[in-house]
Structure formats: C-alpha cells, structure tokens
Design a protein around this ligand. Sequence first.
Ligand SMILES: [Mg+2]
Length: 198
Amino acid sequence: MNSKILLILDLDETLLHATASKLGDNFAFQLYHYYVYKRPGLDAFIAACAEKFQLAVWSSASDDYVAEVVKRIFSEEIKLAFVWGRSRCTPISTARADELGYYHCDYSSHYEYAKLLKKVKRLGFNLNRVLIVDDTPAKVRNCYGNAIYPEPFLGNPNDQELSMLAAYLDTLKAVENTRSIEKRPWRQQFLPNPDPAP
Ligand SMILES: [Mg+2]
C-alpha cells in the first residue's frame, strides 16, 4: 500500500473548544471574541497523525474561523489535503433528516450542516481509504462507515481523549479498507475495566 489513508479532522469539540466565556487562563489563543482551548495532547496528536496519515480539516464553522484556527494549530510543514468550512457542508433540514432517518440532536435548529463524503470522492479520493473524526455523529451520519466519534471536548484540562484516539488510529493506519471495520465501540478498549460484578 503506497498511499496513506486520508484522515479528516473536525475542529470544535474534537480538537479544541472555543468559547466566549473564559474558562481559565490556560487558553491557547484568542480569536475574534473567543477564548480557544486546545484539547490536551493536541500538538502531539497532530504530529503523530501527520506521520501516519494524509490530513485534512473539515469543520462546519465559518470558513474564515476555520482558516484562522488551522493556521494556529497546524505547523506550516504539514500539508493538508484540504481545509473546508461551512461552505463545503450541506445544510440538511432536520425535517428532511427525519425523513431520511438521520439522527439529529438539536431540535431547536432547522438545519444540520452535514459533511457529505461524495465531495471528497470528487477530489479523487477512494472512500475505502478515508477516515473522518467528528464529535457530532449527525454531521457525518451519511458516512458512518468512515466515521470515528470522540467524546466532545468542552475544556476539561484532564481530558485523555486524544491520546486514546492516537493509539486507536495507529491500529487503522495500515488497513486496506477503513469502511470494513466496526469503529463505533472504539473507546471501550481504552477505558479502565469496570469493576467486576460482586
Ligand atoms: Mg465538532
């Protein structure tokens, strides 16, 4: 296998948390009126992923926010396959999502910004060689076979998710077909064993 798998990363609540209300002084940078907190281990996570995968970023946040965040968290040496924001997402009305059987969790909004992998396919990528990481299953509901769902990061300084995710991704880097692997229970292998039943 000579080509690396394409690993598409979400930003908000996957790699970082941006909030208008300051959570503490350990924010990484300020952008517009947001304090941006990096998920613990982010720099090491990106460095490890950049060695093993071809990387891309796809967020449903505004395009200018996405471009600015990417500049601040990825080193210039890392060549990203693409950096996409909301303009590359597809608004699916929640009513339509219901009709299609799509899961959505925000009943107050009329749209979910979905990431449709057919747009990635159009760039020439084989979808058997693509992984997409997103804390919001609804946004990647149409491509669940490619998706890995981390727990959302809301600023917990003791969060361990990225070290678990890096270890998990290491097990996938050489697979032939990313879609043939059941990825939904990926976190279970890294969590401490529950207490045995009495
Ligand atoms: Mg997110």
